[in-house]
Each structure stands twice: as structure tokens, then as C-alpha cells.
Write a new protein. Structure first.
Lengths: 309, 243
């Protein structure tokens, strides 16, 4: 594989992973329970795009906003009908995690039923799908469309998040409530509403990667499940309680996986590329052992010292 | 006695399955300073939290004027005219001082908020130097000033302070108590003040409540406790010496 191709793959993949990890981090820092269905939002987003493509011939990238809203809505429903009622009855981390596993299975099964139904009624493939979108030419260079799309998407999300979180009343209230929900209530913030907004955003951000994944990776209803371990690895390596951590972890894990499996698949090792998922898994275990709060926690230490000058 | 602006009726409350407050019947007089004292763990903070909707009511009722507010969500109570300074975790540590003040003005309009920021900064000028600093990096006393400044941002009719002078130097404590007194005498606010420093607080009090083991053990005129050595010794350990 020529170097340019390898790097294109690595960057596209990492950009996507950053977005997925941002979604997980965002849902985790609000409710402090990891959402095991986070990966399924990718599949939901991808099938929103694929359905629009098959039925109305819409370019997958044009359905990104729709994918955002549909996955966001499912995430919001999980908050309203899984988290809220259970936590009101006093259930804690373990029970909630089991409930999320159940929700994950429900979402994935629903997708499987949906794709089976569509496949038989439309006589079109709905599994193992990939929409090739080719390349675009910019200033004489051929750039892969998924790379460009993933890059623009990531940049847009990061910039809008920074602006929202730093400068808007909603953003400041979100950050406030994440740190100290009770005090938020004291000052008149409807904390449940803030959580609902966060969960909508969390599902939406991960879901928007679906249409891009669809043009980059063979997709089926189980893709979310296969990505889940990678999303967790990215979030944990970076630091699950920090947005910066998701960015760092996404790149670290994404690059390691793509470049790592390339190196490992060459002679003399000659590892089969299907084992690539082992890399994020190993990185996650290593992070938990060596640096349980993630890379971002170390960086915060540095900036802390700088601010004190 | 003045008409009560806030009242509890046979209030029993706690956290989860824990029963902390027992049969609290209190009437907080309007536009007066009520001081609540009592040993550690006697339920003073829990009483304020219960009024504000942050603890679980087991039975009994809470009224704001004629309206029942029992078990209303705190974000509604915040909008109904009660401000509350919690005893602990009373600032947003991950936000800057400026953002903390903005959050304290969450229910206010932009114009009201910026006018109020100026007002509270003139009370705590020290905070001006830290506006862009993360609140989590303030010292104990500075945190308390910020927390109090935040509680003063909205100026509803009723202000509840849970140990505002904790962590403050004696000089600043005095200043703060005077500020609280002024809120009452000049701005006619109803004040509910929980204080460890009973002597300091009772000096500005009209009405006093003493709590012990989740119950009200004394309610009456505040300054009487200071003036009557027997009462003072009995309830507060003021001038109570081993004989
Ligand atoms: N969040 C909570 N969950 C469970 N129990 C609590 C909680 N907060 C306080 N308690 C318990 O309630 C009782 C009363 O606590 P509270 O904070 O109301 O006392 P206090 O009079 O304010 O004490 P202090 O003077 O130390 O502030 C204590 O026994 C305490 O352990
Ligand atoms: Mg207390």
C-alpha cells in the first residue's frame, strides 16, 4: 500500500474515531454511566444515509444532518426512557450499565430487522454495504472524499463545540451542571433538561459519522458493536472525562490501529488484518494500567503550571 | 410577631431512606433575620436543603407565603424568590470566576446580570483580579467570597445562607455579617442564616432557632440568647464553664 493511501486511511479513520469518542465522552461526563449503545449510533447514522441513497438517490454526505438528528433522537429516548426512570428509582452504575446493554441489543436488533425487511422488499443489499464516492481534486491534488468529509465534519464539530461551550449561556450551563449539578439547580438550571440536551448531542455527533463510514468501510447493522471497543479505547486512552481527551485518544488509537496493523501485517510477522481490533484493545488495557485518567490529565497538569506563572 | 413569609409544618425529611429532620414546625418572620444554630450534624443544612427542594420530604409541608412549595424542583424554587448559599460545593470549580457569576445570574436578563456583577464586585473587590481564573484554584476564603457573591447575584426577597463566614478571616467575617445585616435593614430582605459563630450571628438576629439531633430545641427572640446567661449557657455553651 503506498504511503499516501496508508495515511489517507489512517487520518480518515482517526477523524471518525475522534467524533465517536467525543460523543461517548459527552454522554459519559453528564451522567457518569458509559453508554454501551454509543457505537450503534454509527450504524443508525449509516442506515439513514443508505436508505436515503437507495430510495431517493441522495448523496450520503447530504444526509449527515439527518443522521445527526435521528441518532440524537434515539440517544435522547434512551435518556428519557432508560436512564431517567431507572435513576429515579435509585438504581446505580451496575444496573444502569446492564440496562444500556439491553438498550444496545434492542437498537441493534431493530436495525437487523429493518435491514432484513428492506433487503427483501426492495431486493437491494442492505448488509455489507459501501458507497464509493471517489476523490475530489483540490489545487491539483487528488484527495479522497471520505478524508475531506471527515476532516470538515470534525473541524465543524470542534469549532462549534468550542464556541458553544465557551461563549453561550447554554454551553456555560452545560459545563456547570456537568461539574456540580446540585449547584446548577440552586441557580435555577433545569438539570434534567441539560442532560437531555447533552445526550441528544452525544448521540448526534456519533451518528453523523455513519454516512462517512458508509463511504469508507463496509457497513452492516453490527458495525456499532464492532466499533464500541475502539470508541472506548479512544475515550479511555485520551481521558474519558475530557473533550480534549477524546481528540487526543481518537488520534492516538486510530493512528496506532491503522499504521500498527500495516506494520504487523508485513513480513516477518504477517499478522492477518482481521486482528486489527486487538490494537485498540491492548492500548485500552495499557492505559487503564498505566494512566487510568488518560493522556489529557497529564496535559492539564502542564497547562496548570503555566497558568500559575 | 410579623407574618411569616416562609413556614414549615411538621416537616420530616432526609436523604434516600435516611430520616434526618423530625417534626420541624417553624415560621420565618418576614423582613427579619432568623439565625439557626446547633451542633454539627444537627440538621441545619438539611433544613435549608429541604426548603430549597434538594432533600427528600417524608411528610409535612412547606409554604412560601400562601403557596405550598413542598417538593417543588429546586430550579422552580430558585425562580420563586429564594436565594440559597450552600455550605459546601458552592462554586463551579471548573468555570472561571466570571462564568460562575454568570451562572449565578442564570435566571436574570443580560442587563440585570451585568449590573449585578458590578454590584457584588464592589462588595468583594478582591474577586476582580481573578475574573478569568478557574474558580477551583481560589483559596478557601476567596472561594467563600465568590460563593457569597453568587448568592447575592439574584436579590430575591428571601436569602438563605449556610455558614457564609466559614473559612473567612475574622475581619472579613465581620464585614460579611454587616453586609447581610444591611441586606435586611436597608433592602428589607428576609434572611435565614445558619452560623457556627453563634455570637457573631445572634448580634444581628431578630429570631433564633436552635437545632439538636434533627429537631428544633429552641425558637424565640435571638438576642435574648445572648443577654440571658442561663439560656445562652444551656443552648449554646456561651460562657458555660465547668464549675
Ligand atoms: N447527602 C447526604 N446524604 C445522607 N446523609 C446526609 C447527607 N447530608 C447530610 N447527611 C446527614 O444528615 C445529618 C445532618 O447533616 P447536616 O449537614 O444537616 O448537619 P448540620 O447541622 O448542617 O451540620 P454542620 O454544622 O456540620 O454543617 C448528618 O448526620 C449527616 O451525616
Ligand atoms: Mg451544615
Amino acid at each position: 500500500m503506498p504511503l499516501a493511501n496508508l495515511l489517507t486511511n489512517a487520518f480518515t479513520y482517526s477523524n471518525m474515531l475522534v467524533l465517536m469518542a467525543l460523543g461517548l465522552t459527552f454522554s459519559y461526563i453528564t451522567l457518569k454511566v458509559p453508554n454501551f449503545a454509543q457505537g450503534d449510533f454509527i450504524a443508525v447514522g449509516a442506515y439513514v444515509a443508505y436508505t436515503s441513497y437507495v430510495l431517493w438517490d441522495i448523496h450520503p454526505y447530504l444526509t449527515i444532518p439527518l443522521s445527526f438528528h435521528v441518532s440524537g433522537a434515539i440517544s435522547l429516548l434512551m435518556f428519557l426512557f432508560v436512564f431517567s426512570p431507572l435513576s429515579k428509582r435509585g438504581f446505580k452504575l451496575t444496573e444502569l450499565m446492564i440496562a444500556y446493554f439491553a438498550a444496545e441489543m434492542i437498537i441493534r436488533s431493530a436495525l437487523l430487522i429493518y435491514t432484513d425487511y428492506m433487503q427483501s422488499s426492495l431486493s437491494k443489499y442492505f448488509s455489507n454495504i459501501l458507497i464509493p464516492v471517489g476523490q475530489v481534486e483540490i489545487g491539483g491534488y487528488e484527495i479522497s472524499s471520505p478524508l475531506l468529509a471527515s476532516f470538515i465534519l470534525l473541524l465543524t464539530i470542534l469549532v462549534s463545540f468550542l464556541i458553544i461551550l465557551k461563549y453561550t449561556k447554554l454551553g456555560i450551563a452545560l459545563r456547570a451542571v456537568i461539574q456540580n449539578p446540585e449547584l446548577g439547580r440552586v441557580y435555577g438550571v433545569n438539570v434534567e433538561k441539560m442532560y437531555a440536551i447533552s445526550w441528544f448531542l452525544a448521540g448526534g455527533i456519533t451518528g453523523m459519522t455513519g454516512p462517512v463510514i458508509l463511504t469508507f468501510f463496509p457497513t452492516d447493522p453490527n458495525i456499532g458493536w464492532t466499533f464500541l471497543i475502539r470508541i472506548f479505547a479512544a475515550s479511555i486512552v485520551g481521558g474519558i472525562d475530557s473533550m480534549l481527551g477524546a481528540v487526543i485518544g481518537g488520534y492516538f488509537v486510530g493512528m496506532s490501529e491503522v499504521l500498527g496493523i500495516y506494520v504487523l501485517s508485513q513480513p516477518p510477522i504477517g499478522l492477518q488484518p482481521v486482528y486489527r481490533v486487538v490494537i485498540p484493545f491492548v492500548l485500552m488495557i495499557a492505559a487503564l494500567l498505566i494512566m487510568p485518567r488518560g493522556i489529557a490529565s497529564k496535559l492539564e497538569g502542564i497547562s496548570f503550571r503555566r497558568e500559575r506563572k | 410577631m410579623e407574618a411569616p413569609v416562609l413556614r414549615t409544618e411538621d416537616l420530616n425529611a432526609g436523604y434516600g431512606k435516611m430520616h434526618i429532620l423530625f417534626d420541624i414546625t417553624l415560621a420565618f418572620p418576614e423582613k427579619k433575620v432568623t439565625v439557626i444554630v446547633g451542633p454539627n450534624g444537627s440538621g441545619k443544612s438539611t433544613l435549608l436543603k429541604t426548603i430549597f427542594g434538594l432533600a427528600k420530604v417524608i411528610s409535612g409541608k412547606i409554604y412560601l407565603k400562601t403557596q405550598e412549595i413542598t417538593s417543588k424542583p429546586p430550579h422552580d424554587i430558585a425562580k420563586m424568590g429564594i436565594a440559597y448559599l450552600p455550605q459546601t460545593q458552592n462554586i463551579f470549580e471548573n468555570l472561571s470566576v466570571q462564568e460562575n457569576l454568570k451562572m449565578a445570574a442564570y435566571t436574570l436578563s443580560k442587563e440585570e446580570a451585568s449590573a449585578k456583577v458590578e454590584e457584588v464586585l464592589s462588595i468583594f473587590p478582591l474577586l476582580r483580579a481573578y475574573m478569568k481564573q478557574k474558580a477551583g484554584k481560589l483559596s478557601g476564603g476567596e472561594r467563600q467570597m465568590l460563593a457569597t457573591a453568587m448568592a447575592l447575584m439574584r436579590s430575591p426577597e428571601i436569602l438563605m445562607f449556610d455558614e457564609p463566614t466559614a473559612a473567612l478571616s475574622p475581619k472579613i467575617s465581620h464585614q460579611l455579617i454587616n453586609i447581610i445585616r444591611d441586606l435586611n435593614t436597608k433592602k428589607e430582605k428576609t434572611i435565614i442564616l445558619v452560623e457556627q459563630n453563634a455570637k457573631l450571628a445572634l448580634e444581628i438576629s431578630d429570631y433564633a432557632v436552635i437545632m439538636g439531633s434533627g429537631r428544633v430545641t429552641y425558637k424565640g427572640e435571638g438576642r435574648k440568647l445572648l443577654e440571658d446567661p442561663e439560656l445562652g449557657a444551656l443552648y449554646l455553651g456561651l460562657r458555660a464553664r465547668q464549675q
